[in-house]
Design a protein around this ligand. Structure first.
Ligand code: GDP
Length: 428
């Protein structure tokens, strides 16, 4: 029987807890696939081997039976990948099965350099980039200046591609970024060829691999990075990332037939958090924010990639309904419900007031800037629910909170996260 492909994607700003769900699903998966983004975000996974922050590797690496795939749509940071593999080995995790697409493109050292220089140049207008080189990487990719994994094994071609790209880069380094030293194509080509050797055992045609696996009815999980509100087309532009974070893009970025992606699980947080700049309608400040951040402390309310404190807010039904819609989700996983156990009343944003007009539609950035949250207060449950494994055993107020969220977003909440560990999950 063909189980189809399951997509695990974010409904919000990212950091929703996708890694934990993917890790759970990976138990029964044959393939776990990354299809977009690079090492600019991190999945946190806590399992029997310990706590791991994965930035580049797919979340199936803890399951020896799973083939982990890095698809053509990914921004491949080779040193980052090698470091993560070494870290797993150091901590006794058996070497994972890993396949890297020969069509994936490489995050080059100058992508990181340009990311940092540009954020510095923008000063207070910066985007809050993680400086992982992602925007310069995708800019080069679509300007046809990128380097594919396959190029690493063809030295003349690699050198020519770098020379073509560096002509303009060196002009920018000298004139826009204040006389930075010029980059040398030959030295870079040598470095990249060495990277190529290191990853050679993993490189293959992942598109063919996945098409065959799908035809054979193998169980494939594709995992999105960041969330719907960071999508460049549908998110909060320009406070978006540079590759599509949507399940729909998984077909493109992984290399699968679009009709293969049958089950789409959008992960939404029971409250909101966001790393980086941009409008955030339900944002909290001061003591209230600090308390929620502290309560979510184990949930890493300090960005997994940057260690920056996340911006905190109440659950935003307007944003999440939209996020779930653009993901095309047929299931929702509501994560971190346990964190809200300290509250007497829990505000949920059910509409925005934009210039005195109430709306439940998620508007583009210029209107989001002016939107004010309209809250409904739900009763809190005031207890620890982290040991609960059955929906019916949750306090009535927690059940009502979940049902309210479900009604607001219009898609069934099938999973409820009650703690950071793999088994801290209620399946409905
Ligand atoms: P991802 O990128 O979507 O995988 O999310 P992150 O890993 O960056 O952030 C989610 C954080 O929440 C991690 O520290 C997880 O261990 C933690 N987490 C996930 N689900 C739950 C949950 O239901 N409850 C609690 N308390 N923590 C959770």
């Amino acid at each position: 029987m063909n189980h189809g492909v399951t997509a695990v994607v974010g409904a919000n700003w990212g950091d929703e807890g996708k890694g934990k769900l993917t890790d759970i699903l990976a138990e029964r998966a044959d393939y776990v696939v990354r299809y977009q983004g690079g090492n600019n975000a991190g999945h946190t996974i806590i399992n029997a081997s310990g706590k791991f922050a994965l930035h580049m590797l797919p979340s199936g690496v803890f399951h020896p039976g799973v083939v982990n795939v890095i698809g053509p749509g990914v921004a491949l940071n080779v040193p980052g990948l090698l470091q993560e593999l070494a870290a797993l080995q150091e901590r006794g995790v058996p070497e994972p099965k890993l396949c890297i697409s020969d069509r994936a493109q490489i995050v080059l050292p100058y992508h990181l350099q340009f990311d940092a220089l540009e954020e510095e140049r923008l000063g207070k207008h910066s985007f809050g980039s993680t400086k992982s080189g992602i925007a310069p990487f995708y800019a080069d990719k679509y300007a046809k200046l990128g380097v594919q994994v396959a190029d690493l094994y063809h030295p003349q071609r690699l050198l020519a591609r770098l020379e073509a790209s560096l002509t303009a880069k060196n002009v920018l380094l000298e004139h826009l970024y204040g006389g930075q030293p010029k980059l040398d194509a030959a030295a870079l080509a040598e470095e990249l060829a060495a990277w190529g050797k290191r990853i050679r055992p993993y490189v293959c045609n992942t598109t063919k691999l996945l098409h065959e696996a799908w035809r054979q009815g193998r169980h494939i999980v594709v995992e999105g990075q960041l969330g719907a509100l960071r999508d460049p087309d549908h998110g909060i532009y320009p406070f978006s990332t540079s590759s599509s974070t949507l399940a729909g893009f998984a077909a493109v970025g992984a290399g699968l037939p679009p009709q293969a992606i049958g089950r789409i699980i959008a992960v939404a947080k029971a409250y909101s958090s966001c790393v980086g700049s941009g409008p955030f309608v339900t944002e909290l400040h001061g003591a209230e924010a600090e308390e929620l951040r502290r309560r979510g402390g184990d949930a890493g309310e300090y960005g997994a990639k940057t260690g920056r404190p996340r911006r905190m807010g109440w659950f935003d039904a307007v944003a999440t309904r939209y996020g779930v819609m653009v993901q095309g989700a047929n299931e929702v996983a509501l994560s971190l419900l346990d964190v809200l156990g300290y509250l007497e009343h829990i505000p949920v944003c059910v509409a925005y007031d934009v210039d005195g007009v109430a709306t439940t539609d998620f508007p583009p950035a210029p209107l989001l800037d002016r939107a004010k949250p309209v809250y409904e207060q739900l009763p809190g449950w005031r207890c620890d629910i982290s040991g609960v494994r059955d929906f019916a055993a949750l306090p009535a107020e927690a059940q009502s909170y979940v049902r309210f969220v479900e009604e607001q977003i219009g898609v069934p909440v099938k999973w409820i996260g009650v703690g950071p560990r793999r088994d801290d999950m209620i399946v409905r």
